[in-house]
Ligand binder design. Structure first.
Ligand code: ADP
Ligand code: MG
Length: 207
């Protein structure tokens, strides 16, 4: 069997993406989906809902390390800019973030999706951009369409509004897809363009 058809070929990698309530309110659904679509990713599952507090809290704490990692990243965001963080204990930083996140993510409809393709997790994160829009790269979704910063959200006591969630690792993607979707809701199908993306010999173009 050719490597492109075996189940561990990179083209089978999947990642979870959520268009957060601000993405929908900013009328950016098409723009966001278009960016993942045009790079060559395949949409494997999609649903729209107003997420419950339970779903959001569980989503962010599926990874037991998330609390520490997010606290450390936030503190680094301050120190990298020569600023003093409001808290020095990463867990205290995250507790507040989680409370604000639940508040933000349950305020309106969101769209939850599974995208599939080679290196789906890294490619989708690259197109999405870094967490803090102030420092997200130009050309990314968060860099192009949002003005927000840790300083601003801390002052106002709210979560960073950065339009999109995207899984950060293989483990995170697996856990998050299982959290939001039943296995039968994620569809296995062939997309015509996959021929040009992955076929080894490009057979079937010429008549
Ligand atoms: P990412 O979404 O880039 O993977 P994290 O997993 O670290 O980022 O955090 C999850 C979400 O929590 C972020 O997308 C953002 O909406 C919010 N968030 C993270 N850190 C902060 C912070 N320091 N202040 C406000 N909101 C934050
Ligand atoms: Mg994350």
């Amino acid at each position: 069997m050719k490597s492109t058809t075996s189940n561990n070929h990179p083209k089978f990698e999947r990642t979870l993406v959520i268009i957060k309530p601000d993405g929908i309110q900013r009328s950016l659904i098409g723009e966001i989906i278009g960016r993942y679509e045009r790079v060559g990713m395949k949409l494997a599952a999609m649903k729209m809902m107003v997420p419950t507090a339970e779903l959001i809290e569980k989503h962010y704490t599926l990874d037991p390390e998330w609390r520490v990692k997010t606290g450390v990243k936030t503190i680094k965001g301050y120190t990298d800019k020569g600023m003093t963080p409001p808290e020095t204990d990463p867990l205290k930083v995250t507790e507040k973030i989680l409370r604000n996140l639940v508040n933000y993510m349950t305020k309106g409809p969101a769209i939850v999706m599974v995208w599939q393709g080679a290196h789906a997790i890294s490619i989708v994160r690259k197109l999405t951009g870094g967490t803090e829009p102030l420092t997200s790269d130009v050309g990314t979704i968060r860099g192009d369409f949002v003005i927000d910063s840790y300083a601003l959200t801390d002052q106002d006591g709210r979560a960073i509004r950065n339009l999109v969630h995207a899984s950060g690792s293989v483990k995170e993607a697996e856990d998050e897809i299982a959290h939001w979707f039943k296995p039968q809701e994620v569809i296995d199908y062939r997309l015509v363009q996959e021929g040009i993306l992955y076929d080894v010999n490009l057979d079937g173009i010429l008549e």
